[in-house]
Design a protein around this ligand. Structure first.
Ligand SMILES: Cc1cc2nc3c(=O)[nH]c(=O)nc-3n(C[C@H](O)[C@H](O)[C@H](O)COP(=O)(O)OP(=O)(O)OC[C@H]3O[C@@H](n4cnc5c(N)ncnc54)[C@H](O)[C@@H]3O)c2cc1C
Length: 326
């Protein structure tokens, strides 16, 4: 694609936003469609009256040189900062992580900040739920749940959603890519947000939990740039979340809050829950991203590249590089 093209990207998580930023930088005209009210996807922050809590991705590391350079640029732009929280392991001991020496980064002032920063470089269209993509001689056309078929024709389309949400978009136009997405198992996660009037006296700011229903807990207000009251995030582990995927929020709050209190925390002043149906990917080897230059159709996202924020960003960025080089 040496000539400037008009490309539609569906999904403004970090993968779609990274792809949009790189394509825009290369001179293409990018429309970035997002079904929710802003960019970020699973790099997400719940905000309420005077409080906030990252209830999706908790932090990320940078191993790949390309991603490291991007994170340094984000740090200079003030949209990420290292989190120096005290991290503990509760329960049976695990192997020390080979990445333990790497910094943990968070978006500032919220986890959404890096994706919003990247998405700003494209034409971001929020509250646009794309239900269908179709191609004919005039180009690609998109249908939107809210208003039906969009009048604009695109030279290319990129699907940057979680795998299960990519399947219905891809199935009519690229059955092979739909099959790849269909075979990807994504794991759920129940998240609990707990607010306190006074600081909680626990000897850590984040902890991996390997016993009972919990997987991870974090003192959200210990992350850089956060304001507001003492707020804790509690994630159930994948197995418990799967077993309780259809439970009510009330039941989930009761069980997870009790497990958190067993760690020594007091009862919170307020609790709310969020169910992530597609949080993480089961580890499988996939190609990182897909690009069909004949169709002008691409796919990116964490599910194609090992999961996690770094994998998602690299998937979107490398897809853009492949498109620019073709
Ligand atoms: C609970 C939880 C904890 C996590 N913890 C960590 C962690 O600590 N460290 C880490 O590195 N990673 C973590 N992750 C994973 C990390 O958040 C993801 O790997 C990464 O954010 C995925 O980015 P993405 O762009 O591929 O997908 P997403 O962030 O899911 O973005 C996809 C976007 O597509 C949009 N979309 C979907 N369908 C449509 C449609 N039809 N039309 C328009 N828009 C659509 C969605 O609204 C979404 O904004 C966690 C995730 C969760 C949920």
């Amino acid at each position: 694609m040496s000539q400037p093209k008009h490309i539609a990207i569906i999904g403004a998580g970090i993968a779609g936003a990274a792809c949009a930023a790189a394509l825009t930088h290369a001179g293409h005209n990018v429309s970035l469609f997002e079904k929710s009210r802003g960019a970020g996807g699973r790099m997400s922050t719940r905000r309420g009256d005077g409080w906030q809590c990252d209830h999706g991705a908790q932090y990320f590391r940078a191993r790949d040189p390309l991603f490291k350079a991007e994170v340094e640029a984000w740090e200079r732009a003030g949209v990420v900062a290292p989190w120096g929280g005290r991290i503990a392991v509760v329960g049976t001991s695990t192997q020390p992580s080979p990445d333990a020496h790497l910094k943990r980064y968070v978006g500032t002032p919220t986890m959404t900040a890096p994706a919003r920063h990247a998405a700003r470089q494209a034409n971001l269209l929020t509250s646009h739920t794309i239900t269908k993509i179709a191609c004919n001689d005039a180009g690609w056309q998109l249908s939107r749940a809210e208003t039906g078929v969009l009048p604009t024709r695109f030279n290319g389309v990129i699907v940057a959603t979680p795998a299960p949400q990519a399947v219905p978009l891809l199935a009519p136009v690229a059955p092979d890519l739909a099959a790849l997405a269909r075979q990807t198992e994504m794991l759920p996660c129940w998240a609990l947000m707990l607010r306190y009037d006074t600081p909680v006296d626990l000897p850590f700011d984040g902890a991996f939990i390997s016993e009972g229903p919990l997987g991870w807990v974090a003192r959200d207000n210990s992350k850089p740039g956060r304001t507001g009251p003492e707020t804790w995030l509690v994630h159930a582990n994948a197995r418990w979340s799967e077993d309780h995927i259809e439970s009510t929020a009330e039941d989930v709050i009761a069980e997870l809050q009790a497990a958190f209190m067993q760690l020594g925390a007091p009862a919170p002043n307020h609790a709310s829950a969020h169910r992530w149906r597609y949080a993480d990917v089961a580890p499988v080897s996939l190609p990182g991203y897909c690009w069909n230059p004949t169709l002008g159709l691409g796919v990116c996202g964490d599910w194609l590249n090992g999961g996690k924020v770094e994998g998602a960003w690299l998937s979107g960025h490398k897809l853009a590089e492949a498109i620019v080089l073709k």
